[in-house]
Design a protein around this ligand. Structure first.
Ligand SMILES: Cc1cc2nc3c(=O)[nH]c(=O)nc-3n(C[C@H](O)[C@H](O)[C@H](O)COP(=O)(O)OP(=O)(O)OC[C@H]3O[C@@H](n4cnc5c(N)ncnc54)[C@H](O)[C@@H]3O)c2cc1C
Length: 464
């Protein structure tokens, strides 16, 4: 397989870029040793947003990005395209770690990040299909009614008004998305649907035009203070930014920093207007339902259904392999959920299936930070909420690296340190037990109509 064909196969989004005449050909690798101001490891959203905002602050900065494959090869070129204000830790957990005001400030910053992504794309001509249509969380069972009430009550206790989240009755919900068994929905406007690969590839071209250098097909083997080792040579830098998310455990010394957990997706062929006239999503609302095992969908600009979910196993030793992107049983499960939601799609062609690793920290608390003594900076641990969060990370890193105390650098996730994951085999047993509890809870709830207490306890343990 040629490099282009291999990269195309990583997601519908990357394939779409190539189908539209764009190139995925790798940029030149690092030609040898270099001295720079900032070296960034990983050219996904985190690395590229960081370069972008650093250049806003100081256009003369010498920035190099070192990327093992191509820009957008990782989760940034493969995700569900929800540019949402979601943060993986709950408001209660953030407040316990900081203060109520700190949690509220982080929530405000997340919401403005959703708009910031759209504004940068618009200003720089990055046509990533950004449409801020909000998110619908469908309610489709008795247990999900109870969960919706809990979510709404919790949101109100945190000052969210009907402008932030509201309950739709069955008629209102079906008018937006006419899936089966819909008895209501929660709706929040704080989310945009995007084509993630167009955004990440567009950002790569943008930072390059502004003077940063991206070396692709350059594998970083070690990160240490003021130094990055690659097979092609050593890069010395005042600051080294680790922006490798789900791949972090593959770098020496970081095996237990984040657990790579796989999320898998599929895309249908473009669906006819007759389907969408009935199904809805006229404002390209992103959607899920309130089951435990996360699912997510969007109507793409070219009228496909892009749909994904968790449930793939965690692999022993935090291994990350291309083969893990494809788990036939998960693809089958995704397809049957799509048909359960939209019986009209029973015979639809699924043109693409793919997946990729998320980065999960031990306490499910994303973080961004810089140690001024060593010049080592990082951002990540976004779990499944990295699209907008990485934008906030990039802006925050630019302030930290520039030595500026700002509203962003005092947010509660800054310099947060999650503890390491347990050594194996405990890590393998724990993470996979979580996946199993969530999958079986949905089955139990569908059969009994009652909330699964095991799943409730487990989600509290993780996100709550
Ligand atoms: C299937 C899927 C669906 C998702 N859906 C959503 C969603 O809808 N909304 C949302 O907010 N989030 C979602 N996420 C999460 C989101 O995509 C990520 O949090 C985000 O893209 C992380 O960006 P990043 O730049 O930190 O990491 P990545 O995009 O993973 O980039 C890391 C880069 O580092 C490179 N790299 C790795 N090792 C090395 C090395 N040794 N040397 C050099 N380079 C290296 C990789 O090749 C990669 O390009 C999803 C993730 C997946 C996998």
């Amino acid at each position: 397989m040629t490099a282009d064909a291999d990269y195309r196969s990583r997601s519908f989004w990357l394939d779409d870029i190539a189908s539209l005449g764009g190139t995925l050909a790798p940029r030149p690798a690092l030609p040898g040793a270099r001295d720079v101001d900032v070296a960034i490891v990983g050219a996904g959203f985190t690395g590229l947003w960081t370069a972008h905002y650093l250049l806003d602050r100081d256009p003369g900065l010498r920035i190099v990005l070192l990327e093992k494959e191509i820009a957008g090869f990782g989760a940034s070129g493969r995700n569900g395209g929800w540019c949402s204000a979601l943060f993986p830790a709950s408001m209660d957990k953030i407040a316990a770690h900081s203060s109520r005001e700190g949690a509220l400030a982080l929530r405000r910053a997340m919401r403005s990040s959703v708009d910031e992504v759209g504004a940068v794309a618009d200003k720089n001509g990055i046509d990533c299909g950004y449409t801020k249509g909000g998110t619908l969380s469908l309610i489709r069972s008795r247990a999900q009614i109870a969960r919706a009430r809990d979510i709404l009550e919790h949101a109100r206790s945190w000052g969210e008004t009907a402008d932030d989240i509201r309950l739709l009755d069955a008629t209102e919900a079906r008018a937006r998305l006419n899936a089966t068994d819909v008895i209501g929905a929660l709706f929040t406007p704080h989310c945009a649907a995007i084509h993630p690969a167009k955004l990440v590839r567009g950002l790569a071209e943008l930072v390059e035009r502004r003077g940063a250098t991206i070396h692709e097909r350059t594998t970083v083997t070690a990160i240490s203070p003021h130094r990055v080792d690659t097979r092609e040579g050593v890069v010395r830098a005042d600051v080294v930014v680790r922006a490798t998310e789900g791949y972090t455990p593959t770098i020496r010394g970081y095996r237990r920093a984040l657990a790579p957990v796989y999320s898998l997706m599929m895309a249908t062929e473009p669906l006819p207007n007759s389907f969408w006239d009935d199904a809805g999503l006229r404002e390209r609302e992103t959607f899920n339902d309130l089951r435990h095992l996360i699912i997510y969908g969007q109507r793409t600009v070219d009228n496909r259904l892009a749909f994904g979910g968790r449930g793939a196993p965690y692999h022993f030793g935090s291994r990350v392999e291309p083969a893990y992107d494809r788990e036939p049983s998960v693809f089958e499960a995704l397809r049957s959920i799509v048909v359960e939601l939209f019986p009209a799609l029973a015979d639809v062609a699924v043109t693409h299936t793919w997946g990729g690793p998320l980065g999960v920290p031990r306490d499910w608390f994303a973080s961004v930070g810089l140690d001024p003594a060593t010049g080592l900076a990082w951002a990540g641990g976004y779990v499944g909420d990295g699209v907008a969060t990485s934008n906030l990370a990039g802006r925050t890193l630019a302030d930290l690296i520039g030595g500026h105390d700002t509203d962003l650098t005092s947010l509660p996730w800054v310099n947060h340190r999650s503890r390491q994951w347990e050594p194996e085999p405990l890590r393998w047993v724990g993470v996979n037990a979580g996946v199993r509890v969530m999958s079986s809870a949905d089955g139990v709830e569908n059969r009994t109509g009652k909330t699964s207490l095991r799943a409730k306890a487990f989600s509290r343990l993780l996100g709550g």
